[in-house]
Design a protein around this ligand. Structure first.
Ligand code: ZN
Length: 92
């Protein structure tokens, strides 16, 4: 009778230890996955902001200096001849 109780206690202890180890491993895996996802999202955001700033700077720099589409009335540089034609309509 005593031996059976000891065996049951040992089995219960082993099961509890295995469950605790499995839970700890799962928590560690979840934490690692969250850290990886968070760093990837931060990297993506930094890259996206950098691309948007580059795009904005390119847009704000205006037309290329090699453009020969300059308005004769207000000396505005247009990106193309068709843009100059559209701009000239604003002076009518
Ligand atoms: Zn003009």
């Amino acid at each position: 009778m005593v031996v059976e109780v000891v065996v049951v206690v040992v089995v219960v202890v082993i099961v509890v230890v295995v469950v605790v180890v499995v839970v700890v491993v799962l928590v560690v895996v979840v934490v690692v996955v969250v850290v990886i996802i968070k760093s990837a999202v931060e990297e993506f955001e930094v890259r996206r902001v950098h691309e948007l700033e580059s795009k904005r700077d390119l847009h704000k720099s205006g037309p290329p200096s090699t453009s020969n589409s300059e308005c004769q009335l207000c000396h505005r540089m247009c990106r193309s001849q068709i843009g100059l034609l559209a701009h000239n309509k604003s002076h009518l």
